[in-house]
Design a protein around this ligand. Structure first.
Ligand SMILES: NC(=O)c1ccc[n+]([C@@H]2O[C@H](COP(=O)([O-])OP(=O)(O)OC[C@H]3O[C@@H](n4cnc5c(N)ncnc54)[C@H](OP(=O)(O)O)[C@@H]3O)[C@@H](O)[C@H]2O)c1
Length: 296
């Protein structure tokens, strides 16, 4: 049995905010700190944070997530997504602290047509994906007691995300074009937070934990276009203005600096069987999230 709170690096991001809220609701001790007080590019500040908090588990929820900007400033993406987590992992290993590090579907090439298992080869197609893949390797090399949790298509109550962008654009425009040839599994940040808290709880109660890499998303797969249509149906039911036409377009119709995976569905069997974690369908998760998102 270990005592000490969960220490979260990052405080204002989607997953970090969900962790803070869900831990408070479930009365778990958790202290989150954002930058500059805990800056992943200035490892001294992270060392001070950990010394002060004396945690039982460390969660890295901080990242460089501006996927398109990473193409023009890869050094900044690597500094935050690879070098910082690597140095954090060295600190955790020295203190025998388990480290939960969040990663992404973008470490894969997106060329598959079946869900990616944890041991599929890392073949990122963007600078962001490459920086996250390098972060995974740095964490696993430095700290044996790590959980790398890959997730995808994240939306939360706090922070910016696709759901909020669709609500904003849908209120402003009568016609929207939305990409319909990329498939993935939209995942509610609260569900990711609950999984991290469940794994941390197992670590804290002294259960034998199988460290390593895990995938977690909602079940099912969809396209951005179908996801947007579902968001609009919730918005419409709540009396919000939605676009008259949500046109299905292709990736080629909507060029972006970073290449995105066409198919990024993750096989999540391992986390379900190892940690007895139940996953919601993406539609159920969205139904739970929408009232609170619409209220904000
Ligand atoms: N968003 C997605 O769709 C998605 C999909 C798959 C995986 N993921 C992964 O999930 C994790 C959480 O993502 P998210 O959506 O919660 O990201 P997010 O909302 O963009 O939050 C990232 C956080 O990192 C913080 N940060 C930036 N620079 C920092 C620094 N130097 N030191 C410490 N913190 C710093 C940011 O703070 P400021 O806002 O104050 O700069 C922000 O709070 C990341 O590892 C991401 O790669 C995300």
């Amino acid at each position: 049995m270990t005592s000490g709170p969960i220490a979260v690096i990052g405080a204002s991001g989607q997953v970090a905010s969900a962790l803070v809220r869900r831990a408070r609701e479930s009365r778990q001790a958790l202290i989150a700190r954002g930058h500059p007080a805990a800056d992943l590019t200035d490892i001294t500040t992270i060392g001070h944070f950990i010394d002060e908090v004396r945690p039982s588990v460390v969660v890295n929820a901080a990242a460089y997530t501006a996927v398109d900007n990473a193409e023009s400033e890869p050094e900044a993406a690597f500094q935050l997504n690879a070098e910082g987590p690597g140095r954090l992992a060295v600190i955790c290993a020295a203190l025998s602290l388990p480290l939960i590090h969040i990663s992404t579907d973008y470490v894969f090439d997106g060329l598959s047509d079946t869900p990616y298992p944890e041991d599929a080869p890392l073949q990122p197609m963007s600078a962001y994906g490459a920086s996250k893949a390098a972060g995974e390797m740095a964490v696993s090399a430095a700290c044996a007691h790590h959980i790398i949790l890959r997730t995808a298509w994240v939306y939360g109550l706090e922070g910016n995300n696709f759901v909020k962008t669709m609500l904003r654009l849908g209120a402003q425009r009568d016609e929207l074009g939305i990409v319909a040839d990329q498939q993935g599994s939209p995942t509610f940040a609260d569900d990711i937070a609950d999984v991290i808290l469940a794994i941390s709880g197992k670590i804290n109660t002294g259960d034998r934990v199988h460290f390593g890499t895990y995938h977690f998303t909602s079940t099912g797969a969809t396209t951005w276009h179908e996801f947007a249509e579902t968001i609009f149906s919730h918005a419409k039911a709540a009396g919000r203005k939605t676009p008259q036409t949500a046109k299905a377009i292709t990736t080629a119709d909507y060029p972006t600096p970073a290449r995105r995976p066409a198919y990024s569905v993750l096989d999540c069997d391992k986390i379900e069987s190892t940690f007895s974690i139940a996953r919601p369908t993406w539609q159920d998760a969205l139904s739970r999230a929408m009232p609170a998102i619409l209220e904000r």
